[in-house]
Design a protein around this ligand. Structure first.
Ligand code: PEP
Ligand code: MN
Length: 339
């Protein structure tokens, strides 16, 4: 981090700042020029509050050279992280597809879809039990009962399950869940993220509706700072001025995150577009852009789905999509989906 100090800065102001930074383990390098004084901060500057420095009356400008995230940073961990879930690997050349309904609706529904997506190459089953809905009057999910049904589907098919947590107090219910999803609306629920840092289970962290890539990585950092390094990031579309699609899929987030971080990145084309017929092209584009996987909403009767029917594809459409993905994956150096 580099600080440019104002021309009339007093020596005692500089000394106090250097002492304060030193107390946080940050070394400094002072360079006094004819017109400008520059203070270089050396060491782990992730503990330094940039805004606080900028607010000091004698500081002209602050430039961060090193990213504020450490555990998620590729600089300190050059190799790709590979997260293992029920025998399948994600990241580092391994591509996985997570599929299933937006929400668990009944035993028959979740078990039927689980069988179908498994046949078509999915290696994990998704399904919401606790649903974050915009309206309090909309279907809120089957909650604890939904989790039980997901476990039944897992028992029948062997597919590991991925489901969303909305409150840390529900953690005991998630004991047998394979991957805990943090939804877009909870990406900055820092107390929840801290709790998830204390467990040893993969976390699927979705990007918030209006969050930057750096904010997503800082949220991953919250989980990782607690010692849980198994974080999978998910680009699920962000809110822009465009209204044709539900959100705008930020495909460039994939190569950007890949540069900045070693964590696997997957794409959710269902919530990104909100339109079932857009799921195929965006899935293929995500694979071509280097994503490590996809999470796709699949429903056996989309028009009657209790949640997100318009963006859900049928098991047949899903099966043809995984075949097409296999034409792209080897081109971008990824292992094919086992079909
Ligand atoms: C979901 O996966 O069903 C979901 C609610 O996603 P998001 O948090 O990305 O909106
Ligand atoms: Mn959904």
């Amino acid at each position: 981090m580099i600080l440019v100090l104002k021309e009339n800065t007093q020596q005692n102001q500089i000394d106090n700042l250097i002492t304060w930074l030193k107390s946080m383990g940050v070394e400094t390098h002072l360079s006094v020029g004819k017109y400008q004084t520059i203070l270089g901060l050396v060491g782990d500057t992730s503990v330094v509050d940039e805004d606080l420095l900028q607010g000091l009356e004698f500081v002209e400008s602050v430039k961060r050279i090193q990213e504020p995230f450490k555990n998620a940073n590729r600089k300190f961990h050059p190799d790709d992280t590979i997260v293992e879930v029920g025998g399948s690997r994600i990241g580092g050349g391994y591509f996985q597809v997570i599929a299933g309904p937006c929400s668990v609706e009944s035993e028959e529904q979740i078990c039927t879809i689980a069988e179908e997506v498994k046949k078509a190459g999915a290696t994990m089953l998704r399904g919401g039990a606790f649903k974050p809905r915009t309206s309090p009057y909309a279907f809120q999910g089957m909650r604890a009962e939904g989790l039980k049904l997901l476990l039944k589907a897992k028992e029948k098919t062997g597919l590991p399950i991925v489901t969303e947590i909305m409150d840390a107090s529900h953690l005991p219910l998630f004991e047998d869940v394979d991957v805990i999803q943090v939804g877009a609306r909870n990406m900055q629920n820092f107390e929840l993220l801290k709790e998830l840092g204390h467990i040893r289970k993969p976390i699927l962290l979705k990007r918030g509706l209006a969050n930057t890539i750096q904010e997503l990585l800082m949220s991953a950092e919250y989980i990782m700072a607690g010692g849980n390094e198994q974080v999978i990031l998910c680009e699920r579309g962000i809110r822009t001025f465009e209204t044709y699609t539900r959100n705008t899929l930020d495909l460039s987030a994939i190569p950007v995150i890949k540069e900045l971080s070693h964590l696997p990145v997957i794409v959710d084309p269902s919530h990104a577009t909100g339109i079932a017929r857009m799921v195929r092209p965006m899935s293929l584009a995500a694979a071509a852009a280097g994503a490590d996987g996809l999470i796709i909403e699949v429903h056996n009767d989309p028009p009657h789905a209790k949640c997100d029917g318009p963006q859900s594809i049928t098991p047949d459409a899903f099966a043809s999509l995984t075949k097409e993905l296999n034409q792209i994956l080897p081109v971008v150096g990824k292992k094919e989906i086992a079909l």
